[in-house]
Ligand binder design. Sequence first.
Ligand SMILES: Nc1ncnc2c1ncn2[C@@H]1O[C@H](COP(=O)(O)OP(=O)(O)OP(=O)(O)O)[C@@H](O)[C@H]1O
Ligand SMILES: [Mg+2]
Length: 283
Amino acid sequence: MPSGVRSKTRSGLLSWRSRPHAGSPPSSPPRSIPGTPRTSSKGCASIGPTRGLTGNEAAIALDLPPQIAPRLRWEIEKAGWLMLGYELAPGVHPDLSPGSPHLERVRDLVIEIGEQLTPCPEAAKYALAERWAGAPGWAELRDRRPDDLDLWARDHVDALAESEARVCLDGDTLAHVDLHPGNILVGEGHSVAVDWAWSARGPAWLDSAYLVVRLVNEGHSPKQAETWALDIPAFSAAPDHVLTAFAVRLSGMWECIARSPKARSHARRLADTARQWARYRLA
Ligand SMILES: Nc1ncnc2c1ncn2[C@@H]1O[C@H](COP(=O)(O)OP(=O)(O)OP(=O)(O)O)[C@@H](O)[C@H]1O
Ligand SMILES: [Mg+2]
């Protein structure tokens, strides 16, 4: 970040756009912030590959109630940077391993997110069904047949490609779409989710299904992880075939992401975990 923007962000003296909370009047005049608010700030270059994500996060921030997300205090676009400043949320990143006391807290948060964000706020810019429509998955792997593909996946790649094609991501909930321990803060009172950059309109069960993969990643069996999720009304109401097609689609997409030269270090493990869940559901 250029030093000019950094120092102004710290001192809080920039002219800023006041962000009213949901339910308050639609707009407030720009004003200056005296003093330094206790904020967690993040940003991106105004022109660049992550502008869409941060812009998406800014677009829906006012529709996120404080029960589920920290309040957005300010938004600054200046000197080639878009910066967002959030109220600092107390809490720790949850431990999702078996037996953790955080499991119940995270489940409560997922239930609250589903209740608060259904129907989906109008401000949502993206629909998950559209975002995933062109993403590569098992169909591409079936055609390419990479030598190092997992043996079970190689033997079942035709069925996997057929199953992923049946995925249905329609819905009227604003799903977080990236709920993992790093994006959750469990506080003394309530817990919140940060980093809504990937959020999109989708099915009500989506965040719980993502967390099933994260639980398996932390040592739960797929059955244990699903048992945890069954206490979430949206997950227990989701038809079996819908969850199966999702598990297969997610695993194929992550398998392709893990094979990309730009893959982050944890991508391989997540792809393997998602495949483990898909395999369990197809058995
Ligand atoms: N409002 C907040 N209060 C307290 N901590 C926060 C807040 N927002 C973010 N954080 C902390 O900062 C970290 C990074 O924030 P965030 O996930 O929004 O940024 P990011 O740029 O998307 O990072 P990443 O790529 O690691 O996900 C979070 O994992 C969390 O620990
Ligand atoms: Mg994050």
